[in-house]
Design a protein around this ligand. Structure first.
Ligand SMILES: Nc1ncnc2c1ncn2[C@@H]1O[C@H](COP(=O)(O)OP(=O)(O)O)[C@@H](O)[C@H]1O
Ligand SMILES: [Mg+2]
Length: 222
């Protein structure tokens, strides 16, 4: 049961959007729990908007007991996604302590990259107690048909934390789908957003060394 946390104390970088999409993509091949660790409860709000089952469960637990409760919460699930809190505090520490992988979404602006220093400083506290923790940057909202600027790449490189090969581009599809309690995987399953989310999901699974099971849908057909 790998646990993946989307963390960045900066609001609006895409933690909730990416948590929901990663959870939705993973739920094609296993049982997924999304833990909303943000006191604002945006993922829970999203879930409440829905008319149908999301294919994964969403619960709220914005308390610094995530690491203590994770074994119980996650039991019976193949994957747990933690949608992280704003601010770097005990809650963020608890989320890191509970996780196998920390993904730090950043928008492609040097200011956003520099602002990630706070969360990275906390992640570094875990290097000794959690030597197997995987930490990666994820570029979110890259403008379609643009490359990552050298300036951003340099700023990211200064942190010694690898950047995921998969990038998520700025696409209205993400915001549009979320407003109606959906994901881009549902609104346009073969569209560019769905394709990049599945690529991200495959990369994350590869890093964690957990093969994605054959899609439930395919299994049902075959
Ligand atoms: N890749 C993207 N393309 C377009 N809009 C995005 C993208 N990622 C996030 N957004 C939008 O940015 C806003 C903030 O995203 P959100 O996931 O709520 O960030 P956070 O959880 O870090 O505060 C939302 O309105 C969301 O729809
Ligand atoms: Mg959020």
């Amino acid at each position: 049961m790998p646990v993946i946390a989307m963390l960045n104390q900066k609001g609006g970088v895409g933690k909730t959007t990416l948590s929901l999409h990663l959870a939705a993509a993973l739920s094609a091949s296993g049982k997924v729990l999304l833990v909303d660790a943000d006191p604002q409860g945006s993922a829970l709000d999203w879930s409440a908007q829905r008319e149908s089952d999301a294919g994964f469960n969403v619960i709220g637990l914005p308390k610094p007991i995530l690491h203590r409760e994770m074994a119980t919460l996650g039991s019976g699930y193949d994957w747990v996604i933690l949608d992280g809190p704003p601010r770097v505090n005990e809650l963020a520490r608890s989320a890191i302590a509970a996780s196998d992988m920390v993904i730090i979404p950043v928008q492609p602006s040097p200011f956003d990259v520099w602002a990630a220093k706070d969360i990275i400083d906390i992640v570094k506290e875990f290097e000794i107690p959690k030597p197997n923790l995987k930490t990666r940057f994820l570029i979110n909202r890259l403008f379609p048909n643009t490359m990552l600027g050298a300036e951003i790449a340099d700023a990211l490189a200064s942190f010694e934390i690898p950047v995921l090969d998969s990038v998520i581009r700025n696409r209205t599809e993400y915001a549009k789908a979320a407003r109606s309690g959906l994901t881009a995987l549902e609104t346009d399953p073969q569209g560019p957003a769905a394709v990049e989310v599945r690529a991200l999901t495959a990369e994350v699974a590869r890093i964690l060394g957990v093969p994605l099971k054959e899609s439930k849908k395919h299994a049902a057909r075959g």
